[in-house]
Design a protein around this ligand. Structure first.
Ligand SMILES: Nc1ncnc2c1ncn2[C@@H]1O[C@H](COP(=O)(O)OP(=O)(O)O)[C@@H](O)[C@H]1O
Ligand SMILES: O=C(O)[C@H](O)[C@@H](O)[C@H](O)[C@H](O)COP(=O)(O)O
Length: 241
């Protein structure tokens, strides 16, 4: 049984105050408090007591096009006061042109991009971020393994890499990509993304213990809450190590 976060797992939290958000962000999200945070079904007073541990967190929000990576990653970065790195902004132009032309990327196209994202996350931590949230489809296990090597390259023994995999069925992805305006990734690419996708399986989840699976079929508010539960679990878990 995979560790999918379900709505029923929402529990009140009892933590210490959150960190002061960093003064500069790597990505484009603002440092202003997220209003959906206060309206969240999680009790906002409890959320405000949340403690970010001494660990430095690299949260990789993964999944195929349209699953909600950017939306959820911005929310998480705001909520926890972490830096935000939008993975799509780090593709070379050749990759963007390829995807915009409806041609799926291959392994060769992705290696340097994955390494760049890993290194950008490490730079953000080195520059003083308490944590960083990165969007990266990371469709295959070997891609996640590239990001996992961040642990080897980090001088900080408190650095943690965790994946938040946003799980969606193809119909949900197609509907969301079709409704999204002005993005180079069109719905025809959803098929190839799904074909390439290697979901984190039981072996990967149990052995590496660095993947949280969040079902994204629900409303944005529901998905934000599920993602919050998943990340709270990660943060609390590492605080006990
Ligand atoms: N839970 C949700 N319910 C409805 N629409 C959503 C939800 N999450 C994201 N969206 C919308 O779906 C589209 C794809 O989301 P996005 O964050 O761009 O995905 P990704 O970065 O994974 O491609 C966007 O238009 C976004 O507003
Ligand atoms: O917002 C999106 O539609 C996705 O994020 C999309 O842009 C894509 O998933 C990758 O950035 C491309 O790389 P992959 O082919 O490796 O998913």
């Amino acid at each position: 049984m995979l560790q999918t976060v379900e709505q029923s797992h929402l529990k009140p939290l009892h933590y210490a105050p959150p960190p002061t958000p960093p003064t500069s962000n790597t990505g484009s999200t603002s440092n202003t408090p997220n209003t959906s945070y206060t309206s969240s079904s999680l009790n906002s007073a409890k959320a405000a007591e949340m403690s970010i541990t001494d660990h430095h967190h690299i949260l990789i929000v993964t999944g195929p096009a349209g699953c909600g990576k950017s939306t959820i990653a911005k929310y998480l970065a705001d909520r926890y006061g972490f830096d935000y790195i939008e993975g799509d902004e780090f593709h070379p132009k050749a990759n963007i042109d390829k995807m915009a032309a409806g041609i799926p990327l291959n392994d060769e196209d992705r290696w340097d991009w994955l390494i760049l994202l890993r290194d950008q996350a490490l730079v953000a931590l080195k520059d003083g971020a308490k944590g960083v949230v990165v969007t990266c489809s990371a469709l295959k296990k070997k891609y996640r393994d590239v990001i996992r090597t961040a642990r080897l390259y980090n001088e900080d023994p408190n650095a943690n890499v965790h994946f938040v995999y946003l799980r969606a069925d193809k119909e949900t992805l197609l509907a969301r990509v079709r409704a999204r305006q002005g993005h180079y990734m069109k719905d025809a690419m959803v098929e190839s993304q799904f074909a390439a996708l290697e979901e984190p399986d039981e072996a990967e989840c149990k052995q590496l213990k660095d993947v949280e699976i969040v079902d994204v079929k629900g409303t944005l508010q529901e998905v934000q809450d599920l993602a919050t539960v998943a990340v709270d679990k990660v943060l609390v878990g590492t605080s006990r190590q």
